[in-house]
Ligand binder design. Structure first.
Ligand code: URA
Ligand code: CA
Length: 434
């Protein structure tokens, strides 16, 4: 097979065959196809798209390019959720114990990440003693014992995606739905679960800026998953403002604990209940989605979801007393209050800008070697649509940085949080697709 012929085919809008896609992905992963040829292919896909079946084959080839986690030794139906990424999104901590507490099996692997705050794994490390690295055997064993585990990614999952993603980054081919869908789904297929709930974010702080685009991405990922026999549901949710009030590592862990205790922010609570209900429903728990929802709600009210979180933390070596006593968590050296400059309504809390601010405060990293300040971030007091009075506190910044290091942050905050006379908050959940 010759790469130039495959590029030509795609350029002519012809479909690539399963064996051609497998050959291309495996040869590229091994370094036998040069970046310049793969770049041309990515650009051809960018312009000409892919047929559903063709895209499924590409995704399978990428999933098979490295290690694949085998969940066949888990005693029941496994479910996972994937978010396309947003600011202040703490749902993973809530969903894993919540869905496990109704009897589904939730083997969750998460990453560290670049960006505004750390990833789920960085956040977990704020609980003293918590082991994010388990061997594959201990991971499976724990999921069989207590129905959940939340660990860092092990093995080399979808190395083809890592290589292709790096190339897309420098060839302006990131923003193509087939390429985003195959990238995300290749990792999801390699890491196993039988049921997957996708949380596709839309808005200023998300990859997809319009509901139409988000819907297209969700449909594309669902069809790939269904074509390879996974059960799939997608929820399209708002990311124009941050989710919940807290943005930052420890701050978000505390917010997740509050939510498991039944007094979390309204939006974070609602999104968690919706995603958890769909995960439970895919796992066959509940006769209808409404039924799954009431079973899930009950686990918050009766404290069992919180108990499950403590059980998981303790099982992975963490100090579970932090969950009963979140005041034990470290706090940043400085708390800086942000006051409203006038009366009115909060008309915008720009998620992307808030993310950048959290990063400046010390919550995120730019390269994987950077240290994260787990205590840094910010806590909003208001959401879009809320009224404010001049001088009222709208947010508190948590940081260990000096005034010099924070130069310009007041201007950024004024840009990010707008006060006006009218405000029209977006719907939290735009759509559910199943
Ligand atoms: N996230 C991914 O993993 N891949 C993409 O292409 C975009 C977002
Ligand atoms: Ca939050």
């Amino acid at each position: 097979m010759r790469m130039i012929e495959l590029i030509h085919k795609k350029q002519q809008k012809e479909m690539l065959a399963e064996n051609e896609l497998h050959w291309m992905v495996s040869e590229y992963t091994r370094g036998n196809i040069p970046d310049y040829q793969m770049s041309a292919m990515l650009m051809a896909i960018y312009f000409n798209g892919m047929e559903e079946i063709e895209l499924t084959h590409l995704t399978e080839a990428m999933a098979e390019s490295g290690d694949q986690i085998d969940f066949s030794n888990i005693d029941g139906f496994t479910v996972d959720k994937h978010s396309t990424g947003g600011v202040g999104d703490t749902t993973t901590f809530i969903l894993v114990p919540l869905v496990a507490s109704v009897g589904a099996y939730v083997p969750k692997m998460s990453g560290r990440s670049l960006g505004h705050t750390g990833g789920t794994i960085d956040k977990l490390e704020s609980i003293p003693g918590y082991q994010v690295e388990l061997s594959e055997n201990s991971f499976i064993q724990q999921v069989n014992d207590i129905h959940c585990a939340l660990v860092g990614q092990t093995g080399d999952l979808a190395p083809a995606d890592k290589k292709i993603y790096a190339l897309r980054d420098v060839t302006s081919t990131v923003e193509a739905i087939p390429l985003i869908a195959s990238s995300i789904m290749s990792k999801k297929l390699a890491s196993g679960a039988e049921g997957i709930v996708l949380d596709v974010k839309v808005g200023e702080g998300a990859f997809m800026k319009s509901v139409k685009e988000a819907n297209k991405l969700a449909q594309t990922m669902m069809s790939i998953g269904k074509n390879v026999g996974r059960k799939m549901t997608a929820v399209i949710s708002d990311m124009s403002q941050p989710l919940g009030y807290a943005v930052g590592n420890i701050l978000e862990v505390k917010e997740a604990i509050d939510t498991l205790k039944g007094h979390g922010p309204e939006d974070l609570t609602e999104l968690s209940l919706v995603l958890a209900s769909h995960m439970a429903f895919l796992a066959g728990i509940g006769e209808s989605i409404e039924d799954s929802r009431s079973l899930i709600e009950e686990q918050i009210h009766n404290g069992k979801a919180l108990e499950k979180f403590k059980e998981m933390v303790a099982k992975q070596g963490g100090d579970a007393s932090y969950i009963d006593h979140p005041e034990k968590f470290d706090i940043a050296g400085r708390q800086i209050k942000l006051e409203a400059t006038k009366d009115g309504k909060i008309s915008e809390i720009n998620a992307l800008d808030i993310g950048h601010i959290a990063q400046i405060l010390g919550a995120g990293r730019e390269t994987l070697k950077d240290e994260i300040d787990l205590t840094a971030g910010l806590v909003l007091n208001k959401k879009v649509g809320d009224s404010v009075k001049e001088g009222e506190i709208i947010a508190v910044l948590h940081t260990n940085k000096s005034d010099d290091e924070l130069e310009g942050i007041q201007d950024l905050l004024q840009q990010a949080i707008r006060i006006n006379w009218i405000a029209s908050p977006n719907k939290l959940i735009h759509k559910t697709i199943d």
